[in-house]
Ligand binder design. Structure first.
Ligand code: PGA
Length: 250
């Protein structure tokens, strides 16, 4: 199965820049389901038009926990699906840190996204302090259990988990390959315990945190790594081109 490459453009690009980058990325298409572009909300519609009749999927960077309601400023998962989004990032550490998102809120968003037929890309990962004090597995367990346990997650096997150590995001410091492998194996075990064997076997687990053209292959070569989530190195056409060429050789 080919790896899943997810590009997170964050709030870094204008709408015209997003359109131009999506146009540049089109030449790298390698069949449906391999590449996901996550532009800002305002660029989704325009980028959706660029991606028509390509196998490149569209993802949003967040969504609300409800399809409809008095939630000023929020974005409905059902509307994202109608717009052409197949995926939605949820629980990114930047949402947790800057917007106060809790595991409980992320759990509600995840259920709403699945109900809207979106594929959630649920981000988990430890901070530097937690990493240094040996709490990585405890943190991953807490995040996964709080978000996933309790309510039946219909279609949960469509979900993607992104292991993103907070200390690796935007720092140029990629986690060591053996650490990535160990974290992914642990996440897969927890998925089996919380959601059962089908989810354990089917949910894809991707790594994110300072992945670029130089490091992408080493990440993808690790067992249990089904893809990568790329921020900075996906936000310029030359850089994303190199990442995709390294990750998906012809
Ligand atoms: P980065 O971002 O590749 O710039 O570290 C990854 C992410 O935040 O998803």
């Amino acid at each position: 199965m080919s790896p899943l490459i997810i590009a997170n453009w964050k709030m870094q690009l204008t709408v015209p820049e997003s359109i131009a980058l999506a146009e540049a990325v089109r030449v790298h298409e390698r069949g449906a389901g391999t590449l996901v572009l996550c532009p800002s909300f305002l660029a989704l519609s325009a980028v959706a038009s660029v991606l028509v009749q390509t196998g490149i999927a569209l993802g949003a960077q967040d969504c609300a926990w409800s399809d409809r309601g008095a939630y000023t400023g929020a974005v409905s998962p059902a509307d994202l699906a109608t717009l052409g989004c197949a995926y939605v990032l949820l629980g990114h550490s930047e949402r947790r840190v800057h917007f106060g998102e809790t595991d409980h809120m992320i759990g509600q968003k995840l259920r709403a996204a699945l109900q809207a037929n979106l594929q959630p890309i649920f981000c988990v990962g430890e901070t530097e302090d937690e990493w240094r004090s040996g709490q990585r597995h405890a943190v991953l367990l807490r995040q996964l259990e709080t978000v996933l346990r309790g309510v039946a997650l219909v279609g949960a096997q469509r979900m993607v988990i992104a292991y993103e150590p907070v200390w690796a995001i935007g720092t140029g410091q990629v986690a060591a390959p053996e650490d990535i492998m160990a974290a992914h194996a642990f996440i897969r075990d927890v998925l089996g315990e919380v959601l059962g064997a089908t989810a354990r076997d089917r949910v894809r687990i991707v790594y994110g945190g300072s992945v670029d053209a130089e490091t992408v292959q080493a990440c993808l070569q690790q067992p249990y790594v089904d893809g990568v989530l790329v921020g900075k190195a996906s936000q310029r056409s030359d850089r994303i081109g190199k990442v995709l060429t390294a990750a998906l050789p012809h």
